[in-house]
Design a binder for this molecule. Structure first.
Ligand code: GLV
Length: 320
């Protein structure tokens, strides 16, 4: 019997074809409840999932025949890694292929919030624009300013690589030892980055040590003229604290691609003109989404054919 594969999202036809060469694919794209997911994963040898699928210990226990959980995402905070490792299941993600897309979106958000592009668009559509004026809708120039990147991993460095084109200096800070070695530039302490940067951009994974990294204390350390950008994970920012900091005018503005309780957004943020909101589109280009799905499928192919996965987060010992 060919191994069965549970796939929770529609994927490009080339990717589906690849999966079908290694197993029997069951498509479950109707946003499964946790109970339904447990039921559907039973008896499957591979699970191909996305960041909105919560793969907790109950799902992993139900999927006791799983050999691989292939997440179509670079982040894997949706998966209970300890439970997967305990069951001897390989967990893979999709690093590398989405780096440029996320870096590009980050710059789009930096420009949107500092040059008030979304606010201006809204004004025009509301027919409220009265015409050009010397002092109208002024923003912050990037040239000569400092970009502070928290998280000098692949994406943080790709964002930094584009900074010279805008005449910006870059500093990095890290929250974890493994990213320290990835940085070409010396790291500065987080507090120094917060105090001196004009843009603070977040590129850390969601882990216990990064949850609410941006909170009342850290926001209060930022320049009042500075902007915060988050394309990492929503819970890295305490949205309640962010709303407070904007009320207190502790920072100039914020651009968010990710949120604490997606798809909900803190209601206080919705009303503000100095907040740019993007619906989790970091990797959302045609090119990147194909590459992500294809990498996940190649991981499944490798594991089901008895080879090591290409991009393991957790490399399981071979299942008996
Ligand atoms: C998307 O958010 C990802 O982690 O790839």
């Amino acid at each position: 019997m060919p191994p069965s594969i549970l796939l929770t999202s529609c994927v490009p036809s080339s990717v589906l074809t690849r999966l079908k060469t290694v197993g029997q694919v069951e498509l479950a794209t109707d946003h499964l409840t946790p109970a339904a997911l447990q039921e559907r994963v039973s008896g499957k040898r591979a699970l191909v999932c996305v960041t909105t699928d919560r793969i907790d210990s109950a799902v992993i226990n139900a999927g006791c025949d799983l050999e691989i959980i292939a997440n179509i995402a670079v982040g894997y905070d949706n998966i209970d890694l300890a439970a997967a490792t305990g069951q001897g299941i390989s967990v893979t993600n999709t690093p590398g292929v989405l780096t440029e897309a996320v870096a590009e979106l980050t710059w789009g958000m930096i420009l949107s919030v500092t040059r008030r592009m979304v606010e201006g668009d809204r004004l025009i559509r509301q027919k409220a624009w009265k015409g050009w004026a010397l002092d109208f809708m002024l923003g912050m120039e990037l040239s000569g300013k400092q970009l502070g990147i928290i998280g000098p991993g692949r994406i943080g460095r790709a964002v930094a690589a584009r900074a010279p084109a805008f005449g910006m200096e870059v500093v990095f800070a890290s929250r974890s030892r493994e990213t320290v070695v990835a940085s070409e530039k010396p790291l500065v302490p987080l507090d120094e980055l917060l105090v001196t940067s004009d843009i603070v951009s977040l590129h850390v994974p969601l882990k216990p040590e990064t949850r609410h990294l941006i909170n009342r204390q850290t926001l209060a350390r930022m320049k009042r003229s500075a902007y915060l950008i988050n394309t990492a994970r929503g819970p890295v920012v305490d949205e309640e604290a962010l709303n407070w900091a904007l009320d207190e005018r502790l920072i100039a503005g914020v651009a968010l691609d990710v949120f604490e309780r997606e798809p909900e957004v803190h209601p206080g943020l919705l009303q503000r003109s100095n907040v740019v909101l993007v619906p989790h589109l970091g990797s959302a280009t045609h090119e990147t989404r194909v590459a992500m799905a294809d990498l996940a499928a190649r991981n499944v192919e490798a594991v089901l054919q008895g080879r090591p996965p290409l991009t393991p987060v957790v490399q399981a010992d071979t299942k008996p």
